[in-house]
Design a protein around this ligand. Structure first.
Ligand SMILES: [Zn+2]
Length: 320
């Protein structure tokens, strides 16, 4: 755990307020703080490199071939396809695309169903990157985005799906993206909505806080202002996600009743060790609750989206 003085990791100011406590899957305690200057929310204390390495170890990606197992991988594939279609509507043929945090590369590959594109991906070292390497159409960099990776004004679109909140230097990353995008280039990013109904109801037990992996959280309205200051125009936002939001509700409810957080989620990712103190009966009940309540929480997801309070948001920006 870092001993250094608390400051906002986004704008580096030390003027902040403490919002509520939270805890991670390893039993460490944190506080969710909000910067009074830039309005970003951040996890405090900031997890150190050792903690992050542990959180991103093989368990995060699952022991099995895919991050999620069986039926869940098929469902995720369906949503990947929808994301690819949405992006294809915003770009021209032959567009050059970069997906930051491209995972196994399947989202990029799906794009080829909708047009001829030049595909670039960046992913941290690990099993997902190894899978992405096997897709020959992707120009993959293993690591993080750096200034030397792309020429200025060279890309038509950059995507970051559920990645922004993981970044150690999000402001710097946005500046890098601004530099490498062509004028009027598209940036799509999705992330947890800290102003959502779920965040307000569950606070420290909300699934999408996901400490220590998530370091930052944003109110989408505040992010529009931050992005404007960094050279982006807000195009549109979508607050409904059947992929992310009903599950956020279900796991957050389970977190209220379980001593450990994300027991079912970790199990679905193939992390069997984490749930081993829970009985077969307990796990079965959690799974039954998941399947029975999912349709209800699809409806609440749609309702929350009307009020722009959905648990996650997908925002589209254009370089100004
Ligand atoms: Zn700040």
């Amino acid at each position: 755990m870092s001993e250094s003085k608390t400051f906002c990791g986004y704008c580096k100011q030390i003027d902040y307020k403490v919002c509520y406590p939270t805890y991670d899957i390893f039993g460490n305690n944190y506080q969710i703080c909000q910067c009074n200057s830039c309005k970003a929310y951040f996890l405090s204390p900031r997890p150190n490199d050792e903690m992050l390495a542990k959180a991103y170890s093989a368990d995060y990606y699952g022991e099995s071939k895919e991050k999620f197992e069986g039926i869940f991988e098929k469902v995720i594939d369906y949503f990947r396809n929808k994301r690819a279609y949405r992006l294809s509507r915003l770009i021209n043929n032959n567009a050059s695309i970069l997906d930051i945090g491209c995972g196994n590369g399947k989202f990029l590959k799906k794009l080829l169903k909708y047009g001829k594109y030049q595909l670039n991906g960046i992913e941290l070292e690990g099993n997902s990157a190894k899978r992405a390497l096997q897709i020959s159409e992707i120009n993959l960099k293993i690591g993080v985005l750096e200034e030397k990776d792309f020429a200025p004004n060279s890309l038509d679109a950059v995507t970051m799906f559920q990645v922004f909140e993981h970044l150690t230097e999000p402001k710097k990353t946005i500046d890098l993206i601004q530099n490498i995008l062509k004028k009027e280039g598209i940036l799509i990013m999705s992330f947890p909505n800290i102003a959502s109904f779920q965040a307000k109801i569950f606070k420290g037990k909300w699934l999408h806080l996901d400490p220590p992996r998530h370091l930052f959280y944003f109110n989408p309205i505040d992010l529009v202002n931050l992005m404007k200051a960094q050279g982006f125009i807000h195009i549109k936002s979508s607050y409904s996600s059947i992929e992310q939001n009903p599950y956020g509700m279900i796991q957050s409810i389970l977190n209220v009743f379980c001593k450990k957080r994300e027991v079912l989620f970790e199990l679905m990712k193939g992390n069997k060790y984490y749930a081993k103190e829970y009985s077969v009966f307990s796990i079965l009940m959690q799974k039954i609750f998941f399947y029975l309540s999912f349709p209800l929480f699809i409806i609440t997801n749609l309702m929350a989206a009307i009020f722009k309070k959905g648990a996650t948001v997908e925002m589209v920006f254009k370089k100004s």
